[in-house]
Design a protein around this ligand. Structure first.
Ligand SMILES: [Zn+2]
Length: 463
């Protein structure tokens, strides 16, 4: 554990590798962006002035290939999927917290400037219309990944005649017919020439962050599989071009999401888009599901786990609703609620400050919801001040995780519905399941109230 110290007191610059917009975003993307959304919310909660930037890769091999398949212009395809991506992020409650989305198309000039710096300092060389980065010139190349140089060979290496080292990577790719391209002027050994082509993937991000944050910044995030080669190459580019170390103070890497332990892929037919999940589940349920695992760990997705997450969400809503609608009393309080809430606030904060331990923070939220629910069930005597304080703290903490955002909890459970729920509980205890199910139907049809049977007892929620 180390203390977080940004470059400039009170301000934080954070960049997260964003979407390559050639297809709909999938559940793995949802996990990644929700992880960083919670981190961004927490950094802001601590009082930092956070600028959170995310890239949108809109020039890429996959975009070009997909556009050709569909008979579209690459940029047309990219804009269409960008729109769908933003729509997904909006629904997940992520989009509003990103300060700036940066498109590769808008940073060609910075990319050119950075390539020129690398050429001037002897880190880059041309092969025809391509420009490559000479990895052997950068001493700390494997410091982020901790890999040995011979391990690098196990990874996919782009073959190209004339490369000085097998792991050298493209900063600029020469134009090919039918592909989008730009013409940039570069000076090599005193001679100016034009290079028609498009940027390599790694240079986009360092050119963008250079424009937004300068030569060094605080936090860079992304999925673990980007450590090598992507983030490794970003460090090599930026530290070589600017001559300043470290390029980034804190690297935060999120764990992958698998489907029942298997990697998600179209060929295995286990590819689940965010849209698929949101057609069945509430976005907040997905956030509870993601928060149930610490960001750096792997999640194995399973629809049953998602249903459990949904029950937790319903439990939070029904508990807070019961408490919110509890009548307050005048005079001195004997409920002890203030102490419970103070402890909860502290526990939640400690969990989040411990490397964003969201599963612990979430369990504290569920625990405090249990106290609120019990207070309501016992009609505890609560003063207005106590209630307002509890609501404020609980709302603030749940807002970090991105749950309890809807105001449905303000509607109290109708008295008749409450009676029916109790009646159903009694019938179930007597194993009169048919009669109990009839009540469940009535609640659904007459009150638009759904019922979950869970570890927390009977939970109700508005449908
Ligand atoms: Zn990136």
């Amino acid at each position: 554990m180390e203390e977080f110290r940004p470059i400039e007191k009170g301000r934080v610059g954070m960049f997260v590798c964003g979407q390559t917009v050639y297809d709909d975003a999938h559940l793995g993307h949802a996990k990644n962006y929700i992880n960083f959304d919670i981190i961004a919310r927490w950094i802001r909660h601590l009082g930092y002035d956070l600028t959170y930037a995310q890239s949108i890769t809109d020039v890429d091999d996959k975009i070009i290939a997909r556009a050709a398949e569909k008979g579209m212009e690459p940029i047309e395809l990219a804009r269409e999927y960008e729109k769908r991506f933003f729509d997904d992020m909006q629904k997940l409650g992520v989009k509003e917290n990103v300060s700036r989305y940066l498109r590769s198309h808008d940073y060609i000039e910075n990319i050119k400037k950075q390539i020129q710096l690398l050429l001037d300092k002897g880190y880059a060389y041309p092969i025809e219309q391509d420009i490559y980065y000479d990895v052997s010139k950068f001493r700390d190349y494997t410091k982020l990944s901790g890999m040995k140089l011979d391990e690098l060979e196990k990874h996919r290496i782009e073959p190209k005649e004339g490369k000085r080292n097998p792991y050298d990577f493209a900063l600029w790719k020469g134009a090919k017919k039918g592909e989008p391209s730009w013409e940039i002027e570069l000076e090599i050994e005193g001679k100016k020439s034009n290079f028609a082509g498009r940027p390599g993937w790694h240079i986009e991000d360092t050119a963008m962050t250079w424009a937004v944050f300068g030569e060094q910044y605080d936090v860079h995030g992304g999925a673990k599989e980007l450590i090598f080669p992507h983030h490794t190459n970003e460090i090599a580019q930026a530290e070589a071009a600017f001559g300043k170390k470290p390029f980034v103070r804190y690297w935060i890497h999120s764990g992958v999401l698998t489907i029942k332990g298997q990697k998600m892929s179209k060929s295995l037919k286990n590819f689940i888009t965010i849209r698929d999940v949101l057609s069945k589940f509430d976005p907040e349920a997905l956030r509870v599901f993601v928060a149930s695992t610490q960001y750096s760990n792997e999640i194995s997705y399973d629809e049953n786990l998602m249903k459990e997450a949904e029950k937790k969400m319903h439990y939070l809503y029904s508990s807070i609703s019961a408490f919110y609608n509890l009548k307050t009393t005048a005079g001195k309080s004997k409920s002890g609620m203030d102490a419970i809430i103070a402890k909860f606030g502290k526990d939640f904060e400690n969990a989040m400050n411990d490397n964003f331990n969201t599963p612990l923070a979430l369990s504290k939220l569920i625990e405090v919801a249990g106290y609120l629910r019990a207070a309501a069930e016992m009609s505890a005597s609560i003063t207005k001040e106590e209630k307002d304080n509890a609501m404020e703290v609980v709302k603030e903490c749940s807002g970090i995780l991105g749950v309890l955002g809807k105001e449905t909890y303000k509607s109290a459970l109708p008295e008749e519905a409450e009676k029916l729920i109790k009646e159903r509980d009694r019938l179930r205890k007597e194993k009169k399941f048919k009669e109990a199910d009839a009540i469940r139907e009535r609640l659904k049809n007459e009150f638009r109230i759904g019922i979950d049977d869970s570890d927390f007892g009977t939970i109700w929620h508005y449908i």
